[in-house]
Design a protein around this ligand. Structure first.
Ligand code: ATP
Length: 357
């Protein structure tokens, strides 16, 4: 079932939590709402769920107006950060709960409930824990049970609010992959809230980047990361170097790109979009290496140009070929940059630097 959000606004007192949000999520798509704390992600999710009412705008499910439809009738499944399993019920009873509270006419027979619950527990690979209580489970297991419980009523839409927030990195990673598989098998529309950029980029088909109650950008993970539509998205999704007129100096490419715009424009370049060499070349910017640090598969090189620090990211292989050390003089060229004036993009350039290093 597709979800459509049309011109939704919501205030709490004088505070605009959501400001004219529109969004369409087709069946089969997994969408991440990503943004800093307080940007309105949870409020939007709650409005989609029918747990909160909007001041204006509408929510449509499968093209039909659902704004005033009660949560119970929306066929949505929820999962929240803090598991919210019933402590006094076994795993089996937790998953069965949504089916047992259905009106008598819709309630499946006991044998069918048993079969459906056990199938779901197999799906989340925890059927062997059916008789345990929530307190006897690990965090990751509880979260998988919470998902099984949400899926028991065969929702047409799955809504997850920071579902893996409280778990450690390894478990989070596993659950992300697992959520992706589960979502694909169910063929439903799913929306999950996260403030973790890596989680959004890794799992979602599309990412909605939110800031102060508005959508900054809506796109595939690659689009929002490689082609940010605003300075906010650049900064929120990964590291970025910002070049202004004071800094770009002799960097001809940046100079000419910024030159077209006014003085208050800024050029944004991702650390991995900077080529670093020992040889001077036309249009390259001279800088001094300050610090070299290996972080996992990458090597971060901090260089200094006219008192400003520029961050360059290399793969380990790229760095092996160069073997840079603090104190060396290097030359930098951008591969890709975007220039913004305020929030407006005024230039976007890709430079062909040849084979590179
Ligand atoms: P977080 O990542 O911290 O959960 P969020 O992006 O999910 O943040 P929301 O929970 O949607 O943010 O809240 C958006 C804004 O609206 C916040 O500034 C919050 O304080 C405010 N807000 C949310 N619910 C209420 C409420 N019931 N009454 C007053 N203000 C509220």
């Amino acid at each position: 079932m597709s979800i459509e959000v049309r011109n939704i606004s919501k205030r709490f007192g004088n505070f605009a939590a959501l400001d004219n949000i529109s969004l369409e999520i087709p069946t089969g798509e997994l969408v991440a709402l990503l943004g800093p704390s307080g940007c309105g992600k949870t409020t939007l999710l709650r409005i989609i769920a029918g747990m909160e009412s909007a001041d204006s705008g509408s929510v449509l499910f499968h093209g039909a107006e659902a704004t005033h439809v009660h949560t119970r009738e929306r066929q949505v499944g929820f999962v929240f950060q803090h598991y919210a399993l019933f402590r006094h019920m076994t795993v089996f009873e937790n998953v069965a709960f949504g089916l047992r509270v259905k009106p008598r006419a819709e309630r499946p027979a006991e044998a069918e409930i048993r079969e459906r619950v056990m199938n779901l527990l197999k799906l989340v690979q925890l059927d062997w824990l059916a008789d345990r209580y929530p307190s006897q489970l690990s965090g990751g297991q509880r979260q998988r049970i919470a998902l099984a419980r949400a899926l028991a009523v065969e929702p047409k839409v799955l809504l997850l609010d920071e579902p893996f927030g409280a778990l450690d990195t390894q478990v989070r990673k596993e659950l992300r992959r697992w959520l992706r598989r589960l979502h694909d098998e169910m063929h439903i529309a799913s929306v999950f809230v996260t403030h973790d950029q890596e989680e959004a980029l890794e799992v979602a088909d599309r990412v909605v980047v939110m800031n102060k109650g508005r959508i900054e950008q809506l796109g595939t993970p690659d689009e929002v990361y490689s082609a940010p539509a605003s300075p906010f998205v650049y900064r929120f999704l990964g590291n970025v170097n910002v070049f202004h007129s004071r800094l770009h100096g002799k960097w001809a490419e940046v100079d000419s790109a910024i030159g077209k715009a006014k003085d208050d424009s800024l050029a944004f370049v991702r650390p991995h979009d900077i080529e670093i060499t020992r040889e001077a070349s036309s249009g390259a910017l001279q800088a001094g290496v300050q610090h070299v640090q290996a972080i996992g598969p990458l090597v971060r090189v901090e260089v200094e140009h006219q008192g400003e620090v520029i961050e360059v990211e290399l793969t380990r292989e790229q760095h092996q070929a160069l073997a840079l050390a603090a104190g060396e003089i290097v030359w930098l060229r951008p591969r890709k940059l975007r220039v913004f004036q305020g929030n407006d993009m005024v230039d976007s350039r890709d430079f062909d630097l040849g084979a590179g290093i």
